[in-house]
Design a protein around this ligand. Sequence first.
Ligand code: ADP
Ligand code: MG
Length: 255
Amino acid sequence: TPVAPPALDVRDVTVRFAGLTALDGVSFTAAPGSLHALIGPNGAGKSTCFNVLSGLCRPDAGTVTLGDTELTRLAPHRIAALGVARTFQNIVTTQGTVADNLMLGRHAKSRAGYAASALRLPSAVREQRAHLARAREIAELTGLGHHFDSPVGLLSYGDRKRVELARALCLEPRVLLLDEPVAGMNAAERARTADVVRELRAELGLTIVLVEHDMGLVMRLADDVTVLDFGRTIAHGTPDEVRQDPEVLRAYLGT
Ligand code: ADP
Ligand code: MG
């Protein structure tokens, strides 16, 4: 069994862009090993929150803590090295094979230097082989095993979008940030991806923060839900609790 992953704590985070408060004192905690969903209408601040969590955006106030480590002012590569990996909402890979893309993801973990790799030193060759074996396991785990050597451009949209998820997993994260992982997928692809997320949770024991528009998916996968609207937290609770919250219904239905 994997070591328990850390909690991810977001405390009073505020982000201002010129003339606009994208996040206004947002707080939530993703408990160790849980799946915490972050939902809300377009423009609510969900992606901005992920940018703060992954170090791409410095908050004007507030803190982000991973276990006992404060992440708030760290550079993106430091945060990734501490075990926080993310997917991007609108990125779908089109170049290379699935294996190529996953090996790119493994590269960030590689210990052998460029020189050792270029000279094909035995240690570097061994490490490369181990990375390839692990990349193949991750492809299996994300439902891409039978496409491992296929050019990404030939895959279905759903499979291509899952390459982005698999690439993030190649960092061996302890915390995974998923930004709309099923956006644009058809019903079958969504169901498949939900199964994959469930399986990798069981297999890898990750703490996951999920941003997703598909409420059905959120309701099926999440342990806890935080609802944002115009950068503010308007509700927090279990999927059943937030589903019945009048503020949430108003934000979603605009009534
Ligand atoms: P969501 O992911 O919930 O749809 P975003 O976090 O992308 O929302 O955006 C929240 C708000 O912040 C939106 O009004 C958006 O236009 C604005 N915003 C996001 N990024 C920037 C930026 N880099 N500069 C200015 N405004 C931004
Ligand atoms: Mg977004």
